[in-house]
Design a protein around this ligand. Structure first.
Ligand code: ZN
Ligand code: ZN
Ligand code: ZN
Length: 369
């Protein structure tokens, strides 16, 4: 058995136990982080559906297009049922249900296409459909040592890209050009491409947290928010640093120091026994006290793993207790509309002996040329 098969068989044993306990007959995962987590196979979303079925006590089944079946050659832990073009893929799925008497309860992964769910509903009209995320959440949130090591290494590689980008010239180049440079540095550091970013937001654009990198020319006096990451064996890096082109005004430095203090407060609150909401409270409290509460217009962070955004979400009112292995971003920001924004983001893991950062790129303000 390969290591990947060993890892997924442990996960499948765990999810089987969770399904039995919850009274779920069938868990269906389509191409998404859920599929990658459960089957060690990323798959590919298209009009030719891929559906992975897990039932307690049965060998899991993968239904997929014939032309993609070679990718799973040698996987004796999974029963492969491929269909040809022109066959009805849902006919293959009829046999998911073996000797079932009572109406089924079927959990479907959150990122399944509506077309898959609608077809399943006509195939098994009496079944009860529930979301898979509450079942998978606990497993996916609590990262194993191997997962933590991959996330940490992904973080180190993103750090290297930041160390590279601050050496380069920003002024008289467009956001897109700087983004392309960051992209190149991330590839050189050995990270695969994420399905977002790198976000480069300069001058007044930096006050827009999800700015779409554009063709604005960066000038002396601009703040530049750089939010970027990449993928290592499926696991994500996500880091933000804000730099300044040339020497900054006092007001910018004050806001920068404030966000830095808020980030540190969020980091320090990321301990076992606290809640996801209390991390948000800790970071937000610092910013509110300085009178910038209304300028921090998003949650403090999001879980990070096989997905860039996953549970736990660090948002006010989330009373989910933090436990060892949880990994999330801590990324407070202050945005002054039309002027500038500052955000500082590190990936942080909750560990028995306290919080651990997976990014070590300097958080001191970097002045670029
Ligand atoms: Zn980010
Ligand atoms: Zn983030
Ligand atoms: Zn480290």
């Amino acid at each position: 058995m390969t290591n990947a098969v060993l890892v997924t068989s442990t996960r499948l044993d765990r999810i089987s136990a969770v399904l039995s306990e919850a009274g779920i007959d069938l868990l269906l995962a389509t191409p998404s982080a859920d599929l990658l987590y459960l089957a060690g196979y990323a798959g590919h979303s298209s009009e030719r559906p891929t559906v992975f079925a897990v039932s307690p006590g049965q060998k899991p089944v993968m239904v997929l297009p014939e032309l993609e079946a070679p990718r799973l050659r040698g996987r004796s832990d999974i029963e492969i049922r491929s269909y040809g073009d022109g066959d009805d893929p849902y006919e293959c799925m009829r046999s998911f249900v073996r000797d079932q008497v009572a109406p089924l309860t079927i959990a479907v992964s959150d990122q399944a296409w509506a077309s898959v769910l609608l077809n399943l509903q006509s195939l098994f009209p009496a079944a009860r459909y529930v979301p898979a995320s509450p079942l998978l959440r606990q497993l996916r949130m609590q990262k194993s040592e191997d997962e933590l090591e991959l996330l940490h290494e992904a973080g180190r590689r993103a750090d290297r890209a930041f160390e590279g980008i601050v050496q380069l010239r920003f002024s008289d180049r467009t956001e897109q050009q700087v983004s392309d440079e960051l992209d190149r540095l991330l590839r050189e550091a050995g990270l695969g491409r994420a399905d977002w970013g790198p976000i480069v937001a300069s001058g007044p654009d930096s006050a827009s947290p999800h700015h779409v990198t554009g063709n604005r020319e960066i000038r002396e006096g601009d703040a530049v928010v750089l939010d970027f990451g990449g993928v290592l064996e499926g696991y994500q890096a996500d880091i933000t640093r804000t730099v300044h082109v040339g020497s900054p005004e006092t007001e910018f430095v004050d806001v920068y120091e404030l966000v830095l203090k808020a980030q540190q407060a969020g980091f320090e609150a990321s301990v076992v026994g606290q809640t996801a909401g209390s991390v948000d409270r800790a970071a937000r409290g610092v910013i509110e006290q300085a009178g910038f509460g209304q300028n921090f217009i998003h949650r403090t962070g999001h879980g990070l793993g096989l997905d860039t955004h996953e549970e736990p979400y660090l948002v006010g009112g989330n009373d989910l207790p933090l436990s060892p292995g949880m990994t999330f971003s801590v990324e407070p920001g202050v945005y002054l509309l039309g002027r500038f924004g500052v955000r500082i983001e590190d990936t942080v893991a909750v560990c028995d002996d306290g919080p651990r950062r997976f990014n070590h790129a300097t958080r001191e303000l970097q002045i670029v040329s």
